[in-house]
Design a protein around this ligand. Sequence first.
Ligand code: BJW
Length: 240
Amino acid sequence: MDNTRLYKNIVILTGAGISAESGLSTFRGANGLWNNRRVEDVATVEAFERNPEFVHDFYNTLKPEILKAHPNPAHFALTRLQKEYPAEVSVITQNVDTLHEKAGSQNVYHIHGQINQAVCLNCGHILESWNDVTTETVCPSCGIAGMMKPNIVFFGENLLYMDKVEQLLRCCDLFLSVGTSGVVYPAAGFVQTVKYYGADAVEFTLEPTANNYLFDRHIYGPAGKTLPQFVDELISSLRK
Ligand code: BJW
């Protein structure tokens, strides 16, 4: 990585680890469970088809905890980067929380959906709500009851905003991967794409990840500490 390079298109991929210091659980923590469940038991199309009440309840229970969470210094560092570095800076997040927005970030793409949204499987309408959504909820657009699904991308479903994301990855010259274990595709493959197009790639996690070898630089430690420091260095390099 070249510290004097002036970047024009910065893309940050974030995962659960960036929100850990805001008190939200990661998916593959020490005991391998996420909110006392295996993610595969809740976040699959099959689980939703088998037992939609259970899946709705699961996400309804998570909503208040996520709503009351506050962004941490890592989220704010990305907002600072967007404001103070003269590049296009986009955030592609796998997280369903809204902490990037709460920190004031712009150009945020929720490729795995948002917990505060539900999608009508009949007409495609997106309902924005922090209140409970159930199997009884009526779609405000088409008026049909019982067709709302949490707007969360389950295993086996296509990701959101992928046309835009592919365009961002092709133009990217600096790629930062923050708080993601690199095991869930296609997001885990983004680093391969940006390296193909010549970007510098830096990973911020607590420990080495599955595709660790693809990155130019690894910065281990809590993102709330490491990311503000990195952003500071990047902005300071402008004055040299
Ligand atoms: C810190 C920290 C701190 C902690 N500071 N760091 C190619 C190969 C193999 C399989 C596939 C493939 N392409 C597609 C697949 C199938 C599948 C897949 O990837 N399976 C693998 C698991 C094997 N992918 C899909 O199905 C995707 N859809 C798709 O590809 O559609 C096309 C298609 C359809 C049909 C057939 C084939 C293709 C959809 C994926 C949807 C993922 N959904 C989830 C659940 C959402 C529900 C919810 O949010 O409640 O998204 S799974 C879960 O994992 C969640 C996360 O976004 C995602 C990634 O997890 P993340 O963020 O990386 O968290 P962790 O916990 O794993 O890691 C935390 C990291 O943070 C660690 O590294 C820590 O060190 C670090 N950390 N604290 C810094 N303080």
